[in-house]
Design a protein around this ligand. Structure first.
Ligand SMILES: Cc1ncc(COP(=O)(O)O)c(C=O)c1O
Length: 342
């Protein structure tokens, strides 16, 4: 039986056809040569492209081996023994591990759980920053696994309050290809690193490219993140092809948005289920704790692999990555079938 993998927030539609064409039409130089971007005074063709798109100096764009790598570089650069990293209480598991890599410690800030959505708790964040004085704060928008974003207004409120702290805004699940929001943030907050990736929206997790726009304070990070012999030229070229295929990705985003509605409406009707509103390519679903093991077996037997959360506070929750429309239909129908059989 073919398994349908919907447990790691990948994008099962796959990348735009133009990404495959890069490999079909490639020549030897792409494999054998280092970059020659330095001749133009830039790090790479991709950072040059972002500098133009975001209208920002090229040295304020950094590239990494996924968003993961940029977070890691940031922590290696600025955290250390005795220093604190503030992270959302419900967050991507790696946030809880990363401080430990450099001997730092975590401080968790709460998220508010509403009826059908999670929210950032701005007041708690601000008072924790005042009392704990973290060196670094991670904000994730949309957040994994809760799916909620922080509103533009709340973001400005917290960032205005945290000017003495280094803030990483992880927008790995950002859907929108407009640039105004990012431009405003990095030009206003010199202590902000805004991180994005090709892994989610662009369905390119395997090429491992993430990027960040950095505020003016990050000269140390910019130096450390620089690679004198360049980055992976093939990955960069594929990423550029993805950026040049907006129609392909907008169509997928539309399908995902309409499938999220199906999840809200159809699973939301099952007694004991809550489907939280999500701005990302997954939905978080709370289920009665007692059905967790049998539902997991039921879905696994059908080859449907979704994430059953095991965290202390989110242990009766499923995080379901949105797949293709056909896959989403199969998951919804299977869960309905299970719940009707009980
Ligand atoms: C919030 C968040 N940031 C970053 C990543 C990893 O991104 P990348 O593949 O670019 O390393 C993930 C992966 O699931 C994630 O959930």
């Amino acid at each position: 039986m073919n398994k349908i993998l919907l447990d790691r927030n990948e994008n099962n539609y796959g990348p735009a056809p133009a990404c495959f064409e890069v490999l079909e039409k490639t020549d030897k130089n792409l494999f054998s040569n280092y970059t020659d971007a330095y001749k133009r005074g830039v790090k790479s063709a991709l950072s040059e492209r972002f500098a133009t798109d975001f209208d920002i100096a090229e040295d304020r764009i950094i590239l990494g081996y996924g968003a993961e790598d940029i977070l890691k570089q940031l922590v290696q650069c600025y955290l250390g023994p005795g220093r604190k990293l503030m992270i959302p209480a419900y967050s991507w598991w790696y946030y809880k591990k990363i401080a430990d890599e450099v001997g730092g410690t975590n401080v968790e800030y709460p998220l508010i759980k509403g009826d059908d959505s999670f929210y950032y708790d701005i007041d708690s964040m601000i008072s924790l920053v005042d009392t704990e004085k973290p060196k670094l704060v991670f904000l994730s928008s949309p957040n994994n696994p809760t799916g909620n974003s922080i509103s533009a207004k709340d973001l400005d409120t917290v960032l205005s309050h945290m000017r003495e702290t280094i803030v990483a805004l992880d927008e790995a699940y950002w859907y929108d290809t407009k640039h105004e929001h990012a431009k405003h943030l990095v030009n206003t907050y010199s202590n902000l690193v805004l991180i994005r990736t090709f892994s989610k929206y662009y369905a390119l997790a395997g090429i491992r490219i993430g990027y960040a726009l950095i505020g003016e304070n990050f000269t140390k990070l910019a130096k450390i993140a620089n690679r004198y012999l360049g980055f992976n030229l093939i990955s960069e070229k594929i990423a550029l092809a993805a950026l040049d295929s907006p129609e392909y990705y907008e169509e997928i985003a539309d399908k995902m948005n309409s499938d999220k509605e199906l999840y809200y409406q159809e699973l939301g009707k099952i007694p004991g289920f809550t489907v939280y509103k999500s701005d990302a390519n997954f939905v978080l679903v709370e289920i009665p704790a007692e059905i967790k093991d049998s539902l997991k077996k039921f879905l696994t037997d059908k080859g449907l692999i979704i994430k059953f959360m095991n965290e202390e506070v989110l242990n009766s929750h499923l995080r379901i990555t949105l797949g293709t429309q056909e896959e989403n239909r199969m998951v919804i129908d299977a869960i309905k079938e299970y719940s009707m059989s009980k």
